[in-house]
Design a protein around this ligand. Structure first.
Ligand code: FAD
Length: 314
C-alpha cells in the first residue's frame, strides 16, 4: 500500500483536529505518514493515535520566520524520498497556497476544498456557491488534495508511530517573504469558526443583541458566527463573518438565527451537514435549505432551546 503524506497543522506542537480528520481519510487510501514541521518534542503519539505509522520530523529553526514557500519545499523533498500515493493538506488559506506551490514543483494535479475523499482518491467538492457537487480525481503526478474541516469524523486506532528525523534544504528563493509579526487568535474559550463541529450564527434579526446566540453556542460547545449585516452593523468583528466574503464553514450542525439566507451567506455555510434556522418570517429564503426550521422570535426560541438542552444534560 502506498504511503499517504499528511501535513500536520498544529499550534506549538498541539495538533489541530483537522489533522486527525486527514489521517482518518488517509487510512482509507493507503498508509498514513505525518509530516511535522516544528520545534520541540514532535507529537508522535498523538499522531499515531489516528493512524500515522511514520512521522517525518522537520526542525523548523530555518523555516518559521518565513511564509509558506519553505513548507512546500519540505513536502517536495519528503515526497521525493517517500514516493507517496497522495498528499493531504488542510484547506486553510496557508494549506491551499502550499498545495498550489507543491503541485507546480511535483508537476502534479491538485484539488482544493474537498469535503470528502473516498478509498480510490475520488474527491467530492461543493462548487459555484454550493449549487453543484463535483466528484473529481487527480490523474497526473502525485495527487495533492486539500480537505475542508469536518470532512470526516476522526477515528482512533491502536498502534505506535515512529519518528523519522528529516533534514531538508531550503532555497534562498523560498525565503523571499519574511514574517515580521504574528498575533495569536484572541482566546474566546470557543472553537475556531472554520474548525467547529457546531456553529451558531446571528444576523440582523438579533438587533445587535447576541446574548441568546452566544448562550446557545456555549451550551452546545459551538463557535459563534455572524452574517455580513451583523458585521457591517459593528456588532461582531469581521473574523465572525460567514459567507462569500467571510469564512466558509462546513460543520456537522449550523444554526442560523435572524439570518434571511442571502446567496452570499449561503456560499459560506450550505455544505453544513445539518442546517437549522430560526426566523420570524416564514417566507425567509433560509427555510429553502434547512433540515429543521423554526418560525419565531429568536429572543424567545433560543433561550427556550438552551434551557431545554441544559435540562436534558441534567
Ligand atoms: P437580513 O437580510 O436583513 O435578514 C434578517 C432576517 O432576520 C430576516 O429574515 C428577518 O425575518 C429575521 N428577523 C428579524 N428579527 C428577527 C427576530 N427577532 N427573530 C428571528 N428572526 C428575525 N452576507 C453574508 O452573510 N456573508 C457574506 O460573506 C456576504 N458577502 C457579500 C458579498 C457581496 C459582494 C454582497 C453584494 C453581499 C454580501 N453579503 C454577505 C450580504 C448579503 O447579500 C445579505 O445582505 C446579508 O447576508 C444579510 O444579512 P442578514 O440575513 O443578517 O440580514
Amino acid at each position: 500500500m502506498a504511503e499517504i503524506l499528511v501535513l500536520v497543522d498544529h499550534v506549538d506542537g498541539a495538533v489541530r483536529k483537522t489533522t486527525n480528520e486527514l489521517l482518518t481519510i488517509a487510512r482509507r487510501i493507503g498508509e498514513p505518514s505525518a509530516v511535522f514541521i516544528g520545534s520541540g518534542a514532535a507529537p508522535v503519539e498523538a499522531l499515531a493515535k489516528f493512524g500515522a505509522e511514520k512521522v517525518y520530523v522537520v526542525d523548523d529553526a530555518e523555516i518559521k520566520g518565513y511564509l509558506v514557500a519553505p513548507k512546500a519545499e519540505v513536502l517536495q523533498q519528503i515526497a521525493a524520498q517517500a514516493n507517496p500515493g497522495a498528499i493531504l493538506i488542510s484547506s486553510s488559506a496557508e494549506g491551499k497556497e502550499i498545495a498550489a506551490r507543491l503541485a507546480i514543483k511535483l508537476e502534479s494535479g491538485v484539488i482544493t476544498d474537498a469535503v470528502d475523499v473516498d478509498a480510490n482518491g475520488v474527491t467530492t467538492q461543493s462548487v459555484f456557491a454550493g449549487n453543484y457537487t463535483v466528484q473529481a480525481k487527480v490523474t497526473k503526478g502525485t495527487p495533492i488534495i486539500t480537505v475542508k474541516p469536518n470532512a470526516a469524523a476522526p477515528e482512533e486506532v491502536a498502534g505506535a508511530g515512529t519518528a523519522v528525523p528529516t533534514a531538508v534544504t531550503i532555497s534562498d528563493a523560498a525565503k523571499a517573504a519574511t514574517i515580521v509579526a504574528s498575533q495569536p487568535r484572541q482566546a474566546t474559550g470557543r472553537p475556531e469558526l472554520t474548525e467547529a463541529a457546531i456553529v451558531v450564527s446571528g444576523g440582523r434579526g438579533t438587533g445587535g443583541d447576541f446574548t441568546a446566540v452566544e448562550a446557545l453556542a456555549d451550551e452546545l460547545g459551538a463557535a459563534v458566527g455572524a452574517s455580513r449585516a451583523a458585521v457591517d452593523s459593528g456588532w461582531k468583528p469581521h473574523t465572525f463573518q460567514v459567507g462569500q466574503t467571510g469564512k466558509v464553514v462546513s460543520p456537522q450542525l449550523y444554526v442560523a438565527n435572524g439570518i434571511s439566507g442571502a446567496i452570499q451567506h449561503r456560499a459560506g455555510m450550505q455544505t453544513s451537514k445539518t442546517i437549522v434556522a430560526v426566523n420570524k418570517d416564514e417566507e425567509a429564503p433560509i427555510f429553502e435549505l434547512v433540515d429543521f426550521g423554526v418560525v419565531g422570535d429568536l429572543h424567545t426560541v433560543l433561550p427556550a432551546l438552551t434551557n431545554e438542552i441544559k435540562a436534558r444534560k441534567g
